[in-house]
Design a protein around this ligand. Structure first.
Ligand SMILES: Cc1cc2nc3c(=O)[nH]c(=O)nc-3n(C[C@H](O)[C@H](O)[C@H](O)COP(=O)(O)OP(=O)(O)OC[C@H]3O[C@@H](n4cnc5c(N)ncnc54)[C@H](O)[C@@H]3O)c2cc1C
Length: 381
């Protein structure tokens, strides 16, 4: 059994763990990053990168390739079939990135990993952390083959079913939504713009239509029971019943599809001594507003920056400030994602009233601007 010592051990090489590794390495620290999977996931999943995330990643050499590959969508609207209820003005935001960047999570991870490789760090995989203990000096992770890694600090970026969170005895309170989400990346023609993310809040239910690179579109809908793999007929029906009416959309091919149930849970605390939680290990919530991965990447950048300062001699109390601030931010984001989800999934009988109220609210610049600031993450600068 060998024991190795690092400044920081990062458990999990999803977008969050990879980002933390890039930031800490670039800031001059000695990092070990491990992942239990033999290779990274190559599916589309989180497809939205918001302006604030792009700003945060800028100093670490990741933003330029992301904006080079992703699709820039300056318009974001909530509609009832062809009628605009609220137009959210992303294009007027005071940022170098006044748009929603649409890009598959596989590509986002690829660019962050590429930067980590440039910095000379390789992800160790498949390496599963099975136990974590800490003392006054160090934190020790035991791997499935019995090896141990000791580090001054550990970041648990090991996702929803986090072993690190469980080993640290941190609770993960919350609940689940009744609806199931159906998700498909499709080729489609007809009434689907290339520069606009549209949330259709139609009487028949919610469907999101968002453009992706390579002439693809991401379709997301809430349904009672989603099929494991949506086919062309299923997605076509969703768009016929809920999407554009005057110029219908025609689905030609489903390239990738999935389904998921949504939980809303927040870790009781984001720090336990030498352990910090980040990303899905710390919070999961509805995909409404596309906040999940963005919030996780923010956790990673802020945790790594705070850890760097502590490793250079500043007070470990900084980590408490970081953890408390991130928990507060998470509560606010989970709350807005929850409110959007409740609005989107209201019972059919009240949807016409909801839409009238939204159309009236959408006439107010204050409402439109507030939504743009909150969804883009710029209110968290
Ligand atoms: C089908 C699907 C669709 C989604 N769609 C959206 C969407 O539209 N919008 C959105 O915002 N989000 C979406 N998400 C969620 C998004 O993918 C996550 O928020 C994001 O991946 C979180 O990143 P993370 O790095 O925190 O965790 P993950 O990406 O889950 O990465 C955790 C990593 O830790 C590793 N790991 C776990 N346990 C251990 C261990 N014990 N030892 C070592 N390694 C370990 C895992 O192998 C994994 O690679 C979707 C997720 C799925 C599955």
């Amino acid at each position: 059994m060998t024991t190795e010592i690092a400044d920081v051990l990062i458990v999990g090489a999803g977008p969050v763990g990879l980002t933390a590794a890039v930031v800490l390495t670039q800031l001059g620290h000695d990092v070990v990053i491990v992942d239990s999977q033999a290779e990274g996931a190559n599916t589309s999943r989180a497809a939205v990168v918001h302006p604030h995330t792009l700003e945060l990643l800028e100093p670490y050499g990741v933003t330029r390739p992301l904006v080079g590959r992703g699709l820039h969508t300056p318009d974001f609207t909530i509609r009832d079939r062809d009628k605009v209820l609220i137009a959210v003005p992303f294009d007027r935001l005071p940022t170098a990135y006044p748009y929603t960047l649409m890009i598959s999570q596989a590509d986002t991870e690829k660019f962050i990993l590429h930067r980590l490789t440039e910095l000379g760090v390789a992800v160790r995989r498949p390496v599963e952390v099975t136990a974590v203990v800490q003392d006054a000096e160090l934190v020790t992770a035991t791997l499935s083959d019995g090896e141990r890694i000791r580090a001054r600090y550990l970041i648990g970026a090991d996702g929803l079913h986090s072993t690190v969170r469980e080993q640290a005895g941190i609770g993960f309170a919350g609940g689940s939504y009744a609806e199931s989400f159906s998700l498909a990346d499709v080729r489609v023609s007809g009434g689907v713009p290339k520069d606009e993310v549209i949330l259709y809040f139609s009487p028949a239910g919610l469907v999101v239509v968002a453009p992706l690179p390579d002439e693809m579109y991401r379709i997301v809908a809430t349904v009672d029971e989603a099929p494991p793999e949506p086919d062309v007929a299923f997605v076509q029906r969703l768009l016929d019943e809920r999407g554009p009416k005057a110029r219908p959309a025609v689905v030609e091919e489903v390239v990738w599809g999935s389904r998921f149930r949504v939980h809303h849970r927040i870790a009781d605390r984001f720090r336990d001594g030498r352990i910090l939680l980040a990303g899905d290990a710390a919070h999961v919530h509805s995909p409404a507003g596309g906040q999940g991965m963005n919030l996780g990447i923010e956790d990673a950048v802020t945790a790594a920056t705070a850890l760097s300062r502590v490793l250079r001699g500043e007070s470990p109390e900084l980590l408490d400030e970081h953890a408390a601030a991130r928990r507060g931010t998470t509560e606010a984001v989970v709350s807005i994602a929850g409110r959007l989800t409740s609005l989107a999934t209201m019972p059919a009988a009240v949807r016409p009233i909801r839409n009238t109220a939204m159309r009236l609210a959408g006439k107010t610049a204050l409402v439109r601007n507030k939504l743009a600031w909150r969804l883009s993450g710029l209110d968290r600068r």
